[in-house]
Design a protein around this ligand. Structure first.
Ligand code: PLP
Length: 428
C-alpha cells in the first residue's frame, strides 16, 4: 500500500461512526435505541460491531485539515480530552435515548453536575436548586462551588414557585434530581422548567435514578446530568458521568441572562459557544445496551418488594412512589413511564436506628454498598454512611431519618430477595 493509499484509508476510517453502511433505520423504542442509537454501526477498518476502545491520539490529516479542526469548523477528533470515537458512540447513543441533541461523557456523575453548572455560572452568580439532593452534590454546591463564588439557593421542590421567589438577575440555572432519594418524590419538571423559561434560565435535571422511565427533556428540562456509575453502567464496575443537551433551550435569545454561552470565550480563541453548539465509555456502552431491559426487571422486583415490606408487621414506614398520596402521587403518575416507580425502596423498622443497623448486618444476598442502580440488590443505612457528612438537621431536611434503610433493588429473582429481607428483618 502506498502512502497515498494508506492516507485515503485513514481518511475514510477517521470517523468510524460515519461508516459506509451506517444505519438509516431510526427507532423510537428505548430497547432498540440502547443497542443501535447514534451513527456507529461497525468499525469500517475491522468490521467490529462492539464499539472498539480507541485509546489513542490522532494523526491530523494535513495542515489545512488541522486548521479546520482546531478552529472547530470541521468535525473530527484532535485530542482525546476533547473528543474520542469510543466516547462519541456512547454520547450519541445516550443523547438519542433521551431525545436530546448531543451529550458529553465525563469522568463521574459529580463531574457532570460540576461542569453543567460551571458552564453557565461565574463568581458572583447563583443557582437555585431543589434541597433534596444526593449528599455529594449537596456538598459540591454548598461548599465547593461556594468557594468559587457561585452561590446555591436551596428550595423545597414541593412548591415550584419557590424557584421563582429565589431568582434574581444573577441566577443562571435551576437544578434538581428527577427522583431524589430518600424521599422518592418525583420533581415537578414541567412546572419548574416553565418558570425558568420565563426568565431565560435552563433547568438541569439529574436523572441518575430514573433513566428510561422518566424523560426530563419531554417536559421542558434543558439539560440532563447522569451518574453513569449507576443504572447506565449497571454493574458497579465503572465510574462515569454524562451531560445531555436537550437542544431545546433558546440560548441565543437570552444573551444577557446567559453571558457564558453568548460572550466570546478568551480560553478558546474568543469563540462564542452558542455559535459552535454541535474507556470508560466502552464499559458504559456495554451497560447502556441492556439498560431498558434491566430497568423493566428492576421495576417489577421493586414493586413486589415494596408491597412485601408494606405488609410486614415489623415495618413502620415504606417510602416508595406507589404509596404516595396527593401532589406527590400526581407527579409520579405524570412523570413515570406507566407502571414504573423506579427501583429505590426506603423503609424504617419499628426498632428504629439500632434495628436498621442489625438488619443490614444480617443480610446474606443484598450487598451493603454505597451505590444505587447495580444489577445486584444493595442496601445501606444512609444516616451513618452516604449522608453522614450532613448535620442531623440537614439529614432530616433531605428526608433521612435515623432508622431509614435504603434498598436499591436489583434484577435477581424477587422470591430470593424477599427471602433474604425476611430473614434479616427477623434477625433485627
Ligand atoms: N447523582 C446522584 C443521584 C447520585 O446518587 C450520585 C452518586 O451516588 C451522583 C450524582 C454522583 O455520581 P458519581 O458517584 O458517579 O460521581
Amino acid at each position: 500500500m502506498t502512502i497515498q493509499q494508506s492516507t485515503e484509508t485513514l481518511k475514510q476510517s477517521a470517523t468510524p461512526q460515519a461508516a459506509p453502511g451506517a444505519p438509516t433505520f431510526k427507532s423510537r423504542h428505548p430497547e432498540t435505541q440502547a443497542l443501535h442509537g447514534g451513527s456507529f454501526r461497525f468499525d469500517p477498518t475491522t468490521g467490529a460491531v462492539a464499539v472498539p476502545i480507541y485509546q489513542t491520539t490522532y494523526q491530523l490529516l494535513g495542515t489545512e485539515g488541522a486548521d479546520k479542526l482546531f478552529a472547530l469548523e470541521a468535525a473530527g477528533h484532535l485530542y482525546t480530552r476533547v473528543s474520542n470515537p469510543t466516547q462519541d458512540a456512547f454520547e450519541q447513543r445516550l443523547a438519542e435515548l433521551e431525545g436530546g441533541a448531543a451529550a458529553l461523557a465525563v469522568s463521574s456523575g459529580q463531574a457532570a453536575s460540576a461542569f453543567a453548572i460551571l458552564n453557565v455560572a461565574r463568581a458572583g452568580d447563583n443557582v437555585v436548586s431543589a434541597a433534596g439532593l444526593y449528599g455529594g452534590t449537596w456538598a459540591l454546591f454548598a461548599a465547593t462551588l461556594k468557594s468559587f463564588g457561585v452561590e446555591t439557593r436551596f428550595v423545597d421542590a414541593a412548591d415550584p414557585e419557590a424557584f421563582a421567589r429565589a431568582t434574581d438577575d444573577r441566577t443562571r440555572a435551576y437544578y434538581a434530581e428527577a427522583l431524589p432519594n430518600p424521599k422518592l418524590e418525583v420533581f415537578p419538571i414541567a412546572e419548574v422548567a416553565a418558570i425558568g423559561r420565563r426568565f431565560g434560565i435552563p433547568l438541569i435535571v439529574d436523572n441518575t435514578a430514573a433513566p428510561v422511565i422518566i424523560r426530563p427533556l419531554d417536559h421542558g428540562a434543558a439539560i440532563i446530568v447522569y451518574s453513569a456509575t449507576k443504572y447506565i453502567g449497571g454493574h458497579g464496575t465503572s465510574i462515569g458521568g454524562a451531560i445531555v443537551d436537550g437542544g431545546n433551550f433558546p440560548w441565543a435569545e437570552v444573551r444577557e441572562r446567559q453571558p457564558n454561552i453568548n460572550e466570546p470565550d478568551p480560553s478558546y480563541q474568543g469563540k462564542t459557544w452558542v455559535e459552535k453548539a454541535e474507556a470508560i465509555a466502552f464499559q458504559l456502552i456495554q451497560g447502556l445496551e441492556t439498560l431498558p431491559l434491566r430497568l423493566r426487571q428492576h421495576n417489577e422486583n421493586a414493586i413486589k418488594i415494596a408491597d412485601y415490606l408494606k405488609a410486614h408487621p415489623n415495618v413502620s414506614n415504606v417510602v416508595f412512589p406507589k404509596f404516595q398520596r396527593g401532589v406527590a402521587a400526581e407527579r409520579a403518575a405524570k412523570y413515570f413511564k406507566s407502571g414504573s416507580y423506579g427501583a429505590l425502596v426506603g423503609f424504617e423498622l419499628k426498632g428504629g436506628r439500632e434495628a436498621g443497623r442489625r438488619f443490614i448486618d444480617a443480610l446474606q444476598l443484598f450487598y451493603h454498598i454505597a451505590n444505587i442502580g447495580d444489577a445486584r440488590s444493595l442496601a445501606i443505612h444512609p444516616s451513618t454512611t452516604t449522608h453522614s457528612q450532613l448535620s442531623a438537621e440537614d439529614q432530616l431536611a433531605t428526608g433521612v431519618t435515623p432508622g431509614y434503610v435504603r434498598l436499591s433493588i436489583g434484577i435477581e429473582h424477587p422470591d430470593d430477595l424477599i427471602a433474604d429481607l425476611a430473614q434479616a428483618i427477623d434477625a433485627a
